[in-house]
Design a protein around this ligand. Sequence first.
Ligand SMILES: [Zn+2]
Length: 241
Amino acid sequence: MCDTPKTVEDQQPANRRVFLKSAGVAAIGAALGPRLAMAEVPKPENVISTDAGLKRLMEGNERYASGKSGAHNFSAAREALVSGQNPFAAILSCADSRISPEYAFDSSNGDLFVVRVAGNFVSEEGLASLEFAAEYLGTRLFMVLGHDSCGAVNGAISAIHDGAVLPGHIPSLVEAIGPAVGLAEEKSGNLLENAIRENVRMNAATLRASSPILSKLAASDELKVVGGVYNLKTGRVELID
Ligand SMILES: [Zn+2]
């Protein structure tokens, strides 16, 4: 019987490890040297800087919102991606069925590494997943994506303000989103809208500060973490500070 791999990296073939390291360097916008064998990169178009990646996301969102999404050849992409993946962006999105990051940014398979949970907050497993994208797939652009009328945030407000008792494991969402509700309470305006924004900001900050992997990349400006709020009616994503 084979020995159990000790780490994720141990499970990768040697040439795959080399590719992952190479893609990691290239994806942060460093010069793409001729020695990087493009044949080893499943999607060469994904080896771009974080600024170019964000521009690509927002341009894709504009196409989606205006009903001009592109036609994607999923079959051809599937074949190219059998050997690996190099997504240019990672999205921490709400699980809400009305949002689909791949559609919202008019992207194809292999482009986005998506982690979803109701309320788009950083959980232990979600963080581990995003660290995997940064460490092993070379992804350097992260977006925390909330949306208007978020039921998870609204549920947290109901529980905190009205004492609503939520069944099952749903209170764990309240616990995670509660701090953002607290920050929103200090602001004027619509509590739900403010809580949604604070929740995005807080979780983006959490990712930037998360040690050891993400904080190190953020400190050297290799990692870019942005926040966005998706509008259910228009389909447009607004970037927020
Ligand atoms: Zn939601």
